[in-house]
Design a protein around this ligand. Structure first.
Ligand code: APR
Length: 251
């Protein structure tokens, strides 16, 4: 791994000012949850149009619910990885301001991160299509009926073609436009409007770094691109940050 890139990222983190991270499914592959678009990703095995749309929920309920039950089941065996832990620790140390995530696995919160904006909802909850009541996501495993009104439950995630939760999107745009450092971790930046956030941050003067195993459409506009595993990059960066913090001593 290029030591200079890690040094640069560590320096930018220590410069102070709002530091915001945008995470994608690549953040959770080291927790044994598949991403979507890499070779072994979910969309290499399943067709999102047949499974992750409102149309699928209406017209192919058996396939739709089987797909989401499989994903809720996989969550039960998943736990935060070292990358999730480092981000939570950076928040506790006052280095990281907030995480905007496209992920629906809840692993940032489970690792202890408190300021997490979920753009695409969460598989940790299910919601009733009739009364809107929320239930734990695992209720989908017992059958799709709302415990409050008997209506049909659905996963509390944004399906293709649906709008994102307005408040989450507004908060994400506010965080991106006021960030001094904006770091993308494990996203192909293929899906809008999440993939507009690095551009918003850069346009408002932030330094933008991308840590992703594969190239993204934003690489040419980023100030730093590190094509390595997130866990190793964050562990290396945290080591350098801690060294520099020690050298700086108490202020
Ligand atoms: N370290 C670094 N990069 C990784 C790692 C890792 N350990 N694991 C995977 N990656 C990279 C992959 O190479 C890929 O480029 O993470 C990226 C994940 O991209 P996607 O699978 O497209 O996931 P994401 O960008 O989050 O997708 C956005 O699309 O299907 C919708 O709603 C879904 O939220 C999702 C959205």
């Amino acid at each position: 791994m290029n030591r200079k890139d890690i040094e640069t990222l560590a320096e930018w983190i220590l410069e102070g000012g709002p530091f915001v991270v945008l995470t994608g499914a690549g953040m959770s592959t080291e927790s044994n949850l598949p991403d979507f678009r890499s070779r072994q990703g979910l969309w290499a095995q399943y067709d999102p149009a047949r499974l992750a749309t409102e149309w699928a929920m209406e017209n192919r309920p058996d396939e739709f619910y089987a797909f989401y039950r499989m994903r809720v089941e996989a969550l039960k065996a998943a736990s935060p990885n070292r990358g999730h832990g480092i981000l939570a620790d950076w928040e506790r140390r006052g280095l990281l301001s907030a995480i905007v995530t496209q992920n629906v696995d809840g692993l940032h919160q489970e690792a202890g991160s408190r300021r997490v904006v979920e753009l695409h909802g969460s598989l940790r909850t299910a919601r009733c299509r009739a009364c809107g009541a929320k239930s734990p996501g695992v209720r989908l495993l017992e059958g799709p009926l709302c415990p409050a009104c008997g209506g049909r439950l659905r996963p509390d995630v944004v399906l293709f073609g649906e709008n994102l939760p307005e408040a989450s999107l507004e908060e994400a745009e506010r965080l991106a436009s006021t960030a001094r450092l904006f770091v993308v971790l494990g996203s192909s930046l293929a899906v809008s409007p999440a993939n507009c956030l690095p551009g918003v941050a850069a346009a408002c003067g932030a330094k933008v770094a991308i840590v992703n195993r594969e190239a993204t459409p934003f690489d040419g506009r980023a100030h730093l691109v590190i094509q390595r595993g997130i866990g190793e990059v964050l562990a290396e960066t945290d080591r350098v940050v801690s060294e520099k913090e020690t050298l700086k001593g108490p202020v």
